[in-house]
Design a protein around this ligand. Structure first.
Ligand code: 13P
Length: 249
């Protein structure tokens, strides 16, 4: 049985005061939640402050990105070691905004995923197609390439811990959520592909949906067989909305 996971990707939002106030609210309101896992992914600058608030709670901390090297002359980058030091257990890898604005390739994603496991971080690996790719009928092909190249050469014991997030780019920040049918179709495809890559392990892997998740649409999405949680952007910036999303039933 896969435990549902709801992760909030704050993106480039929230300075210290707002971040602390938001997680204080989450900590209080979500303290009795046991049957699902909650993760918040704040910007690097507030990771430690957020960790101080959630350290004795059921909320986990995640980074939004990282570089694959441990240390060295990589100006502006953050290493897996630094994320661990800040208290992270998770890290988002290959978000479409990183791919689009910062040129991240599947090869980068692969190096980052391997580095995350090497430092005991659980990667949330993001995949998803653009609207043009979907309209051309290429959604499955794009997602397959992202997964085959991004997860190439993983160890079987790491593979089981992996989290995938299917985030169709046309649904991110647009208010246009994929219908449960559209999302489940791709999630099912992803699980079959994972089974093909790592026989016997795909049932253990959590596949999250991301793209305009709101309190109003989370339940129908979570009712789908292969949707195991959500990666929430905009709605994770409001304590009220994020709490409702976590408590989806
Ligand atoms: P929105 O929920 O704002 O559409 O963002 C989704 C996302 O990109 C989460 O990583």
């Amino acid at each position: 049985m896969r435990k549902a996971l709801i992760a909030g990707n704050w993106k480039m939002n929230n300075e210290t005061e707002k971040a602390v106030s938001l997680v204080n609210d989450l900590k209080t309101e979500l303290k009795n939640v046991e049957d699902r896992e909650v993760v918040v992914c704040p910007p690097f600058t507030v990771l430690k402050e957020v960790k101080k608030v959630i350290c004795n709670s059921n909320i986990f901390l995640g980074g939004q990105n990282m570089y694959w090297e441990k240390t060295g002359a990589y100006t502006g980058e953050i290493s897996p070691l630094m994320l661990k030091d800040a208290g992270c257990d998770y890290v988002i890898i290959g978000h479409s905004e990183r791919r689009i604005y910062f040129g991240e390739t599947n090869e980068f994603v692969n190096k980052k995923v391997k580095a995350a496991f090497a430092y005991n971080l659980i990667p949330i690996v993001c995949v998803g197609e653009t609207l043009t790719q979907r309209e051309k009928g290429d959604a499955f092909k794009v997602v397959e390439k992202q997964l085959r190249e991004g997860l190439d050469g993983l160890k079987i014991e790491d593979f089981r811990k992996l989290v995938i997030a299917y985030e169709p780019i046309w649904a991110i920040g647009t208010g246009k959520t994929a219908t449960p049918l559209q999302a489940e179709e791709v999630h099912k495809f992803i699980r079959e592909l994972l089974e093909n890559m790592f026989v016997g392990k795909s049932e253990e892997i959590r596949i999250l949906y991301g793209g305009s998740i709101k309190p109003e649409n989370i339940s129908v999405l979570m009712a789908c067989k292969n949707i195991d949680g959500g990666l929430v952007g905009g709605a994770s910036l409001s304590a009220d909305n994020f709490i409702k999303i976590v408590k989806f039933i």
